[in-house]
Design a protein around this ligand. Structure first.
Ligand code: TMP
Length: 210
């Protein structure tokens, strides 16, 4: 009996989660699962258009409140156009960033309004919460260096080490608050080591899927 599964990958810059989403998707497909890979901000044509607004331009282009609203506007489109249809189809949805990115980046690191975020989350995400969230944890100094090596240069990567230290603490707070669905992944190891930790966290959820 197929059972849809919604897995999100979260973490700061350069933590390797994009590499790991692709590895997990391959492994699940090899085991016969139907997998839909997606990412935020983006994941639908309208959400991709909003992504362009968010990741380009000056660091101070948007207020933190505007960032919260833009991310949830993109998320609503992404949910309706991509995530919910895939889940209804019985797929495993693997999403590189989701609502916890807003909690960590805008809420904790950006000192944004947590109540606004939770209100929007109830309204827009509602019951379509992830079954499993993998929070990639890494020293931000290492992460930013990796991201720099990768050539990443978006608005968020340029915000500085203080912001990224608050971000890491924010993610750990999110993982504590939503401990029923969050699993912290030590992202400091090799690609193979991290992939093994990811698999270990995912396997118990595969129970009666596909
Ligand atoms: P990416 O580098 O993982 O593609 O994500 C783009 C940037 O957007 C990244 O720096 C994190 C940021 N972001 C937020 O600030 N809030 C959000 O809700 C999401 C989904 C991403």
């Amino acid at each position: 009996m197929k059972r849809a599964l919604f897995i999100t990958f979260e973490g700061g810059e350069g933590t390797g989660k994009s590499t790991q989403t692709a590895l997990l998707a391959d492994r699940l497909r090899e085991s016969g699962h139907q997998v839909v890979e997606t990412r935020e901000p983006g994941g639908s044509p309208d959400a991709d258009a909003i992504r362009q607004l968010l990741v380009s331009g000056e660091t101070g282009r948007w207020s933190v409140t505007a960032e919260i609203l833009l991310n949830y506007a993109a998320r609503e489109s992404h949910l309706h156009q991509t995530i919910v249809p895939a889940l209804e189809n019985g797929a495993i949805v693997i999403c590189d960033r989701f609502a916890d990115s807003t909690r960590a980046y805008q809420g904790y690191a950006g000192d944004g309004d947590h109540n606004l975020i939770e209100q929007l989350d109830r309204k827009i995400v509602g019951h379509v919460q992830p079954n499993l969230t993998l929070v990639f944890d890494l020293d931000p100094g290492i992460g930013l260096e990796r991201a720099g090596l990768r050539g990443g240069d978006d608005r968020f990567e340029r915000k500085g080490l203080d912001f990224h230290n608050r971000l890491r603490d924010g993610y750990l707070a999110v993982a504590g608050k939503f401990s029923d669905r969050c699993s912290i992944i030590d992202a400091s190891g090799s690609v193979d080591m991290v992939a093994a930790s990811v698999w270990q966290a995912v396997v118990p959820h595969l129970g009666d899927t596909g």
